[in-house]
Design a protein around this ligand. Sequence first.
Ligand code: CP
Length: 317
Amino acid sequence: MKQFHDLNDITEIDLLLDRARSFKRDPFQKESLGKHKTLGMLFFNASLRTRMSTQKAARNLGMDVMVLNLDSDSWKMEFEDGTRMHTDKAEHIREAAAVIGQYADLLAIRAFPTLSDREADRAEKILKGFAAYAGVPVINMESATAHPLQALADALTITDTMEQLKTKKPKIVLSWAPHPKALPHAVPNSFVKMMKQLEMDLTITHPEGYDLDPGITAGVTINKNQDEALEQADFVYAKNWSSYRDYGKVLSTDASWMITKEKLGNARFMHCLPVRRNVVVEDAVLDSDQSLVIEQAGNRTWVAQAVLEAILGRGEW
Ligand code: CP
């Protein structure tokens, strides 16, 4: 693997997930692979899980790690070419990325969308800008449109749970859930792509106006009646996202879409976290044995380690 911008950079998903399982059993099996290599982690936005799990993964491989919070601890950055830089933006991505590439052997970047300009967000200017000018491989730690490390952890969680429960073809439901703020599409986009790649039985449910990018959901069952969609579900993945059509808008905060114990039935509950209790999902779900959210977060380390291993060792998966 030469880079990890999105799930299509993986050639053998089953092999990558097997490597993640192997690291889960034996985290230090490749503790010298990253010796004398540095991972530069760049954050334009907040993070708990991605920040800590990716650092842990890198250190398990013997890497050094440098973390820079670009939103607060560095110069404000210009991304447009050909501009006269006379405003508050002191540094251009061309120099910033090339300089950071002098200090790090691999870069990992978190850069959320504007949620105001759909085409600009789809262009992934920040992720692609660093990839173009840094001269080192770039890993996506959640970009404007994708969160592939989360999707890998979700896939590992589902497949391991299927193995424990001896479930062959589970019904998986991705349900929109209410939230007071406009949230990105990266997590649901990557989850849908991953479920399609694994040929899972996926149903998406959401209120009117919340259809995701049709280029991503093509071929997936969509049922706008949440009760019907949740019938016979084995896994329920709750997530809020803002409207894709009325880009970045909050069209509904309908509390009846919150996931309750009654709605969940016997299914397992999933969420990428952070989650707003009693807004997205009620306490009784999160505090029950049916919740997989902590396991999902734990699995973030093992999938990040598998991705780093594949790039460092140029693994063909
Ligand atoms: N799920 C996830 O990416 O968590 P953080 O935003 O805390 O990194």
